[in-house]
Design a protein around this ligand. Structure first.
Ligand SMILES: Cc1cc2nc3c(=O)[nH]c(=O)nc-3n(C[C@H](O)[C@H](O)[C@H](O)COP(=O)(O)O)c2cc1C
Length: 377
């Protein structure tokens, strides 16, 4: 079966199979260093044999933190990153560091700074405050911060970096006509709105060199009025492939229904009404990219059949999130065709969750605060 076959990236690195552990944000120490709980969470899950494991998103600048997670912002983060890379690679899979900046959805109570973003336009999230527009120098500085984060990843022993260009964080904001109203080289036309994502991609590739993996996660379209379209994102993917990126990861709630992650996610009610394009984004991107970079699908993969279905839609790789949160041995069970024993939800008893499933206590609180998001037994 193709899902178990190895995959060779443009950089020459090889994943033993097509399964990736999706980036799963967790709570770290206040200074952005990884906790023992987080290392255990990742080590146990990676040990079940993922071809590659993507880390939780690491902030590249203190001012862009959206939660209390890991950092890749300065040399003081290096030993924390080394420990994380070692834990992720314990079972021989490739270790990828995801890096991000929050832009207008950073949290001022964490950063101690006023929000800064492409333009002075507030997010649609309830209670969001209006950011100030970044200066041209600050934008250059942020690109340099992504470059430095990639260089830290290389020094720490990661096999590559995934740029978080999805889910409404800063890179996504630069690409969005809703968030980016600039009239300099960073905004205005579609081509100019692509400049920031592409500059970050180039900077990361430069820092990594040709032999490490450079990936880019993208939200394939915006369902909010005035948002970018799937056709816009296809053009971005084409340019990312021209930069010889190793993969493009398509962020969806479910790879089958094409529903993008909305800016004002509702976790406790019925799913948001979002626009669904006629073409599946995974298939659309695979066509445009045409083998120049790999395509990774994500969203709603719970069985081997789901993963095969994503490959049939044109993906080369699949990323698995919630299924692995709920069952740390998910992949081993899939591989041994023991899917009936897969845990379908978090245990009813809250006290059991952290201990038996190696889920860090603060992550448990986070998951339980969004009851519609993660299934419970
Ligand atoms: C607890 C949790 C944390 C997440 N953190 C991140 C993150 O740091 N970066 C990211 O790109 N996506 C993040 N996601 C989204 C997942 O990577 C994935 O795209 C999403 O959960 C859909 O896939 P699934 O249906 O397999 O869970 C997170 C999801 C969960 C459940």
């Amino acid at each position: 079966m193709v899902v178990w076959s190895p995959f060779r990236f443009n950089s020459g690195q090889q994943a033993a199979n097509r399964f990736a552990m999706a980036p799963l944000t967790d709570a770290s120490h206040q200074d952005g260093t990884v906790t023992e709980h987080e290392l255990e969470f990742v080590r146990r899950r990676a040990a079940s044999g993922f071809g590659l494991t993507v880390s939780s998103a690491a902030y590249v600048e203190n001012d862009g933190r959206s939660w209390q997670g890991i950092g890749a912002a300065h040399q003081g983060h290096l030993s924390s990153l080394q420990r994380l890379a070692d834990a992720m690679r314990a079972a021989g899979g490739l270790a990828i560091l995801q890096i991000y900046d929050g832009g207008r959805i950073a949290r001022p109570e964490l950063t101690g700074q006023r929000l800064r973003a492409p333009s002075a336009v507030a997010s649609l999230r309830p209670g969001a405050s209006t950011p100030r527009a970044m200066t041209a120098d600050e934008i250059d500085g942020l690109i340099a911060s992504f470059r430095r984060a990639a260089s830290l990843a290389r020094q720490a022993g990661f096999d590559g970096v995934e740029i978080h260009g999805a889910n409404h964080y800063a890179i996504h904001q630069f690409f969005s006509p809703r968030a980016n109203h600039r009239d300099d080289k960073w905004g205005g036309t579609l081509a100019k709105r692509m400049n920031f994502p592409l500059a970050v991609a180039q900077a990361v590739r430069d820092a990594l060199g040709p032999k490490l993996i450079a990936g880019f996660r993208v939200t394939p379209l915006e369902s909010e009025p005035g948002g970018y379209t799937l056709d816009d994102a296809k053009l971005l993917c084409n340019e990312l492939a021209r930069l010889n990126l190793d993969y493009v990861s398509v962020s969806l709630d479910d790879y089958r229904n094409s529903r993008p992650v909305g800016e004002t996610r509702v976790y406790n009610g019925p799913p948001e009404k979002t626009y669904t394009p006629p073409e599946n984004p995974v298939t659309a991107f695979a066509r445009v990219i045409a083998g120049r970079s790999a395509v990774m699908a994500s969203g709603g993969i719970k069985t081997c059949k789901d993963a095969e279905g994503a490959l049939e839609k044109g993906a080369d790789l699949v990323a698995v999130g919630r299924a692995v949160v709920v069952d740390p041995e998910w992949l081993a069970k899939v591989r041994s065709r023991n899917e009936t024993s897969i845990l379908a939800g978090l245990p009813k008893q809250e006290a059991e969750i952290a201990g038996t499933l190696s889920i860090p206590p603060r992550m448990v609180d986070y998951l339980l605060s969004r009851p519609g998001w993660i299934p419970r037994l």
